[in-house]
Design a protein around this ligand. Sequence first.
Ligand SMILES: Cc1cc2nc3c(=O)[nH]c(=O)nc-3n(C[C@H](O)[C@H](O)[C@H](O)COP(=O)(O)OP(=O)(O)OC[C@H]3O[C@@H](n4cnc5c(N)ncnc54)[C@H](O)[C@@H]3O)c2cc1C
Length: 488
Amino acid sequence: MPQPASTVDAALTEPAGATTAKPRKVPRVVVLGGGTVGLYTARRLRKRLGGREAAIVVVDPRPYMTYAPFLPETAAGSIDARNVVAPHRRALKGADVLQGKVTHIEHAKRRVEITPEAGDPYWISYDHLVVGLGSVARTLPIPGLAEQGIGFKNVEEAIALRNHVLNRIDVASSTWDPELRRKLLTFVFVGGGFAGVEALAEVEDMARYAVRHYKQIEPEELRFVLVEGSRRILPEVNEELGGYTLEQLRKRNIEIHLSTFLSSCVDGHVVLSTGIEFDADTLVWTAGVRANPVLADSDLPLDKLGRVTCNEYLQVVDAEGHVVPDAYAAGDCAAVPDLYNPGQFCPPNAQHALREGNHLGDNLARALRSAELEPYKHKNIGAVASLGMYKGVAQMFGKIKVRGFLAWVLHRSYHVAAMPTFNRKLRIAAGWTGSLLLRREVVALGSLHDPRAEFRAASVPAARPVAPPAVSPAVPPAVPAPEKPAAS
Ligand SMILES: Cc1cc2nc3c(=O)[nH]c(=O)nc-3n(C[C@H](O)[C@H](O)[C@H](O)COP(=O)(O)OP(=O)(O)OC[C@H]3O[C@@H](n4cnc5c(N)ncnc54)[C@H](O)[C@@H]3O)c2cc1C
């Protein structure tokens, strides 16, 4: 029978076969995912309701929420990786946090299965469900992609990319094989949306800064390539700002292939749909997202894109629009109607996820107090992007277009204000102040990704285990002990 791990509060778990939950005095709200939606919903709900009105349980395999808009700057080293995450245990005071993956959702039975990193899966039951499971990278069956590609969705990938790029520069500086050098110093980004363009621009800026410290590498040897399937980049801003960004990136010698697809990248040999071929040791995949696939393993209603279908109150609804009782969803994994653009859904971004999270917390508090729910309504306030140190592009309230240094300042100010917890805001601002005075640090800590490698290499292979004596000491050994060689 599945058993809770010792760190899990046994009162939260149910035996595997349990079909009905025991009646509870305090209704239990289970929040799936402790990301933007999960964290903000749980915090708002806790603020609105006391411990006797609702028990809150947040489930996530990671012990922290990641503020993804800062990942490009994390990869560039402008923000310390620890400061773009909000640790659940600190940020979710008054809620129980379970570390593990949700692997099944049976809403009809009001229960979810959780698979912890170690130990057996277990079920927990609930009275109300909040789904904030976010999205995963949308990949395609391109030869070589699974083996060569790096995603850019979480902080682990951002740190890995930074170390990898700096490490490739280190390795290239110590080889004179021209073909190998070219391959090591070629960096390909696939996907020209916000995440891809910001990641590319920030990492390129960092790499160019880093090579100033390498006598053996000329800046022109760095080759950054962006591959985008549509005819423009940054669909989140208007054509003019998208065009401006394109021009800025091209001025920095970044190669941009529009209306082009990645056809193959087996062993680092990149082939584009236009027939262009070259070798690259780094391929970053930022070509879109899709709703968390675990939702397919649930009885919640989903749309064609695999998102939970919702109404404007963030309640889950079926295909006919009937409310599924006690279930709510928001963020990247939910199809939430955009009341400012009838017939459309809110785009998957932090701007909406954060506000939907707060709104969901308010609505759930209203529901638990039998008050009337309010519709979620948010007019897009615009988009801001950083393109490296002191460079940026922004479009505010649909009309105001900002470029260069001012846009970069807007980007930093907007996102630091949106970053959860005062502690993190302060740390990020302090880090920026420090790097203005001390310049940025560009060192690859490659061994972070395999910290046991050196120890493994130094380890003496263990002798084969010796079987314990099969007979008691009173019985003479079956095989006589080898004789001592005679002294010559
Ligand atoms: C590189 C990058 C840059 C971005 N830049 C911007 C930007 O500039 N502006 C903007 O508005 N938006 C931006 N976004 C988008 C924005 O970050 C997302 O839209 C937003 O975070 C979505 O919030 P969410 O709560 O739906 O998902 P998330 O914040 O991703 O949270 C999902 C949570 O679910 C957890 N989870 C996953 N699987 C399971 C499971 N099986 N069981 C339990 N928990 C699980 C995850 O660990 C995570 O904590 C960016 C995204 C990326 C990747």
